[in-house]
Design a protein around this ligand. Sequence first.
Ligand code: GLA
Length: 388
Amino acid sequence: MASARAAEAFKARFGTAGRQFSAPGRVNLIGEHVDYNDGVVLPMAIDRRMRVWASPRGGRRLSVVAYDFGEEAELDLDAPVRQTGTWRDYIAGTAFHLEQAGFRLGGASLLIASDIPAGAGLSSSAALEVAVGFALLTLAGHEVDLLALARAGQAAEHNFVGTRCGLMDQFVAAQARAGRAVRLDCRTHAFDLVPVDTTHCAVVVADTGIRHRLATSAYNARRQECELALAALQRRRPTLSSLGDVAPDELEAATAELDPRLARRVRHVVTEIARVEAFAQALASGDWTRAGALLTASHQSLKDDYEASCPELDALAAAAQAIPGCYGARMTGGGFGGCTVSLVASAALETFLRAVPPAYERATGRLARLWVVTPSDGVGEALPTQPE
Ligand code: GLA
């Protein structure tokens, strides 16, 4: 098993067993591109994890093995953090921001290994930030403040990676629970755990295989468009603090004078926030048909109004939606490549898994990878006796 080999590699490299920590990847069910607009989101953690083996080593240096890449780095907690454009930035950035938040850390030996597909929009980077941050805080004897941890990861993205992301990914990696999705109000950070019963309906993630070089700049551009739209709307309504404040019935009046492109961005944000609430209700009442229709409507809005999709995401969502028993499908995460998420009736799952890849290949000439995912726990320490 890969994680047993990684544990052995830690022991061979550092001469001790190390404690094992881990944080999950995530899939966002609905509520896309609304976290940085003070909206409500509904992600869940998936059963794929970033694992960190760690032991304290005195001093202020981190010795880090990136097991999957066969690479190693030394980071000095007292040296200024320099951006490298590599995995080191997530670790150095998170450690830096935890210390900025008042959590003094100590030197440590770390080994990192993951089974979250990288770059697929399943938030392997948030999982890395949250798992390493949790390990460093625990080794240093701090009681872990999960919100502060999530914020340190987000700040690492902003200041050392260059993505001006919201808090959703780090928050769910920190707070998720098995069998639940996390409904998070991004304005107040209040959240509740919403049961996701996968007995009758499976959650399927499908990877387009597209990794867009410009995804980060396109993401940041969307965020900036929201800021421009907000500034324009505030001229008429100075009390407006975010796009999440615009009620659905005010939408038309509010956007009448906006540049049409910005008006479409606002329309996505406002209608998507309304869809999250409707989706949560559908989930609670087991109304999969309604929940699926909301997913499909979300995709359409992300495609047409937010322009965060791409031809391959559209083809994969369409291939999924065409299968009888698929309640709905949409792109998930930041977009411009990466994955879709589908809700599929259990009885139709086998057909779905068999039929979607060839349909996608016919449409795009590309191979799709599919995973049936289950809602999983957030960050934590694996007990030595616990099988992983
Ligand atoms: C990325 C970001 C999140 C969120 C989504 C879009 O995953 O990291 O903060 O904005 O995109 O919903």
